[in-house]
Design a protein around this ligand. Sequence first.
Ligand code: SAM
Ligand code: SF4
Ligand code: SF4
Length: 337
Amino acid sequence: MKQLNDKFGRPIRDLRISVMDKCNFRCPYCMPAEIFGEDYMFLNNKEMLSDDELVRLTELFVQVGVTKLRLTGGEPLLRPNIIDLVRRLAAIPHIEDLAMTTNASHLPKHAAALREAGLHRLTISLDSLDEQVFQSMNGYKSTVAEVLKGIKSAENAGFSPLKINCVVKKNVNDHTIAALARHFRDTPHIVRFIEYMDVGNLNGWVMDDVVSADQMQDILSAEIPLEPIAPNYAGEVARRFRYRDGSGEIGFITSVTKPFCGNCTRARLSAAGEYYTCLFGLRGTDLRAPLRDGASDEEILDIISGVWSRRSDRYSELRTSFTKIPRKGAEMYRLGG
Ligand code: SAM
Ligand code: SF4
Ligand code: SF4
């Protein structure tokens, strides 16, 4: 297998695939309901990569060094035949880790089949256990009980430990993060508190809405003393902590205040086949057109390698110096979180 490095010597290791641009939630920080209304034009079936196209592209990414896959969206469990797709991706040689990020609404229906099809790990998003706060953060599309039911079905299917993602927004849910930590403290699951990010252009992000990981740590330590633990591997995005009494682990994703671009080995593929080398990428490279125009594997590999070898992205590091850099980037639901 070839070793493919970018301009800063970072290898390509992870591929995040947005398998579905649509979502049944309307989290204001991701897909605000005022913009993503009833008549919003999501991709149609022909515009999305087919399962065959996705599997072929993934096999090519594996040839240049990808060993970890994450399926995301939009809501990945809304993709028709997602179980068959998982089965095919899990069978690709050299894939060491196959994970999915989901809002959990369809887990009661799919968790057991996902496990059986070969999915290794699940990350579930849950921003608060407070009903009113949670509903305001998902656009009034789901309830805490529904997500907890999804978590239960994931546990029953054998997915453990789970990662629980919580995006923290100032004066919205920061007063509820200690309760969330407490809820999962005596379980094997790891809550990861995520700094609210300026992905895309639609969520009205301002720095004042960000609660820094240091502030979150202060809020949590006041109640439950924490101590840092070493990363599992170089390039791990979450800063890890454990409770001093040994009752569990949490993490912080500090993409705004302590960026981790130096270790970023992640490529992204949108549901329409655009290849991005940064979550904050301005433009993707279209892989769907060459696929559909009959390009050979070598020709597509040349595109993948060329783009990665020219990569110099480090948006989060630059953003920290300038607060927010004016730009027109793609939205999270297209790139996958
Ligand atoms: N729909 C699935 C879900 O919500 O789990 C998967 C896609 S979602 C885009 C992936 C992750 O990105 C979620 O955990 C979500 O909370 C996070 N996310 C979305 N917008 C964000 C933002 N502006 N800042 C930080 N995290 C964000
Ligand atoms: Fe949907 Fe996930 Fe975005 Fe919320 S964060 S709107 S659940 S894609
Ligand atoms: Fe990677 Fe871009 Fe995020 Fe930096 S800003 S960690 S390069 S995705």
